[in-house]
Each structure stands twice: as C-alpha cells, then as structure tokens.
Design a protein around this ligand. Sequence first.
Ligand code: GLU
Length: 479
Amino acid sequence: MASGRVRVRFAPSPTGYFHVGGARSALFNWLVAKQAGGDFVLRIEDTDAARNRQEWTDGIISALDWIGIIPGEYEGPIMQSSRADRHAAAAAELFAAGRAYYCDCTREDIVGRAGSEQAAARGYDGYCRDRGLTAGPGRALRFRTPDEGTTTVVDVIRGKPEFQNSTIEDFVIARGDGSAVFLLANVVDDLDQGITHVIRGEEHLPNTPKQQMLWEALGAPEPPVWAHVPVLVNEKRQKLSKRRDKVALESYREEGYLADAMKNYLMLLGWAPPGGEEIVPWSTIEETFRLEDVKPSPAFFDETKLRAFNGEYIRKLSPDEFVAACQPWLTGPTASPPWPPQRYDPAAFDRLARQADAQSRVFVLGEIVEMVDFLFLEEPVRDEAAWAKAMGKGPAAEVLADAIREFATVEWTAQALKATLTAIGERHGQKLGKAQAPVRVAVTGRTVGLPLFESLEVLGREETIRRLRAAADRLPVTT
Ligand code: GLU
C-alpha cells in the first residue's frame, strides 16, 4: 500500500451473539496491527437492516473490550450503513466504466432458461450482458466477470488458490433498489479505509476472487494481503453452529471463564506458540504470533480443553485475586445468586474460600455459587437424591445424634471437628468418608462440595447444630 502503514479491520455483522470464531479473527487482526505498529479498524457491517440490532453491536464492542480490544485503542466503530451513498457511487462508477450492467431477469427467468434450479445454481448465464439496460426499479447491477483466465488469490495462510474465471458468474453488486450487496460494500469500505490486510474466516474464501476483481475494477493498484483463518469445528468435526454448539463468547464470559484464559485458548485455534507450551503469557503471544504460521486445516474448538485451561488460569491467581474474581457471581447484578442479597457475607466467603481452598476446585468461576450456597441460604438446598443417598442406609441417624451432642462442646476448629467425627464413625463401624455423608447432606444439602470440616468451621457451631437437628428430625426414629 502507498503509505506502507499496516491497517487491518474487523468487520462483524451485528446479527447475533458474538461468535468465538469472530473473537479469534479479531485477536489475529489486533496482533498483526500491534506488531506492525499499524491500525485496527472496527467496522460494523450493519447493512442487513432486517437482522441487525443495536444490542448485537453493543455486545460486540463489549466482548471485544473483554478480550483486550479496548475502545479508544482502535478506529471506529464505523457503521457501514452510514456509507450507503459511497457504495452507490462506486456501483455507478463501475456501471459508467462498463464493468457492470443492469439486469432485469427474475429468478424464474434464470431457472427457466437453465432448465432446472440445479442448472441455474451453476451461475447466471449473462443474458443481460449486452442488452444495454439502464438503471431502473427492480434492476440489479451485475459485475461483468472475465470469461477466460484465472484469478489467483495470494493468501498468507492458504498459499495461492486459483479460481477459473469461467466458473465465476456475473455476480450482483447492487440490488434492484440500488443498495449495494455485501461483496461490494465490503470492498468499497476496505479501499476507502486504506485496509492493507484482510484477515477473516475461511468461509469468505469463495468471495475473494470476486472481491479481488472489484478491487482492481475500482482502481486499486494491488489487492490487499489476504489471510483466511481456519473454520472452527466441534468434536464431530462439524462446523460450529449456533444451534448445536455453544459459540457465543458472552456465554463463556457469563459462566466464569477468565478473559486471559479465553484469549490464550482462542489463539490456539489455528496457531500454537513456538516451543510446545500452550499456556503462555499474552506478552509471549504478542511477540511470537505470526500469521504465516497459522495452519489452514479446520481447528477443533474443544470445550473440555478450554475448561481445563480456565482451571489452570484460576490456579495462577493470587488468593486475593481469586476472591475478587468470584464476586460478580456472588453479589450480582450480572449473575443472580440464589440467596437473598442481605444474607451474603463477604468476610465469611473470604474465610471459606481460603480455608477450604476453593481456588483449586473451581474450573469456571460460576461454579463457586453451588460450593458456598449453604453458607448464605437460610436452609440448605433440598436435593432428594442426595438425601436418599446419605440418609437412606447405614447408621445415619446415630451419626447425626452423636454429632449433635458432641459438636455442642468440641473446640470449633476443622481439626477438632474432624477428630470428633472420625471417632463417631468408628463407634458405628464407619470410615470417616462414610460418616461424613449424613453430616454433609444435613448441612449443605449436597453429597459433594468443599472440604467439610472447614465448611462447618466457617458456618459456625450454632447453625451447624441447628441443621443437624433439622435433619435428624426428618429421619425415622430408630430404636
Ligand atoms: N461482515 C462480514 C462477516 O461478518 C465480514 C467479512 C469480512 O471480514 O470481510 O462475515
């Protein structure tokens, strides 16, 4: 490009939740701009008025912010819809130069001439090419593609795919109402915005020869650097789909994935840091990422691996950071915890999280809620299956009765509580693991959770005994 300055763009269409694949493309673009000391432009391609919603645009901006693409550090957002006049002018220019022609064929006309839908799908037959139609209502504008030769796309990731021009139909660039279609609007904006590198999803590769023809026809001395990043697939090797797979970046954020873990994981979708380590600081990624090293083959979006990654990132937090990171799930307003807000006690949470080492047990921050809800709910959750499992067999009633009695006077520390329950278990022929079950279910409502004795210590003597009594009252009296 003339100035030599690298300018990339991320150009999402605001028609739904922000897709993890979009986030990955955005990060690749961001890094290329950053490494080159160039510019990143956010362009919202909002020309599909029927499907666009302001909230999707807001969602994109906020999701980008979450992964470190921060408003104020990039150009835009530029709304594509604000440039409709410019798109129309480009269409008129192509018509005036003889590079495009008007066409009044209906779909039925085209199918009729081709003989079948299937045959028509092979492309427009050029019927209106030389009819000399001028602009008019219902007349689409088609780009006149060459009949011979090839178009070579030079792609950093894919090499030099070649397209036979004879297979590229005279494609529509403006609709019957005069509005430009994606193919044209996208190129006009890239040209006007001085974009040097187009880094985007593989699904756009078939559009690229057409767009490259438009670049040339609109007077660009050379096409941009193209890079088509690999499609994301699920464990069945199917392309990730909104209906089948969890693809919204927002849902990962809400569940309690850390932005740093997410960013690191997204970068591995098609690329890997040199040296074999996958979990690396962002600064290493910033130094070592190379678009040339991105692999063209489909990238597996592995939720299980992402979860494990997130767990590792959570372990790396300091205890203070961990406690702070949990707060949105404990106090709202983003999440809505199951306890009344006034019952939440930050000091108790802090103590429990540290003493019971919650940080080593959580993979996704939202999981913390179930681990600590017993502390803030008036009554523990009622889970009949857990109840049946812990209370239905063995000497549950005897264990509870002994615990009620002995917990009344024991020193209230995890260690002493453990020793007491161990002795109670032995008395009734049970190992500690078994003897814990009725106590855990009585106090927390669940069969699994944070270490029990630390949990009791934080809950306190009075409330623990009250819950043990309530559970004992529910059990049939044994003789
Ligand atoms: N709006 C297009 C999309 O979201 C942009 C394609 C491109 O980056 O050129 O797929």
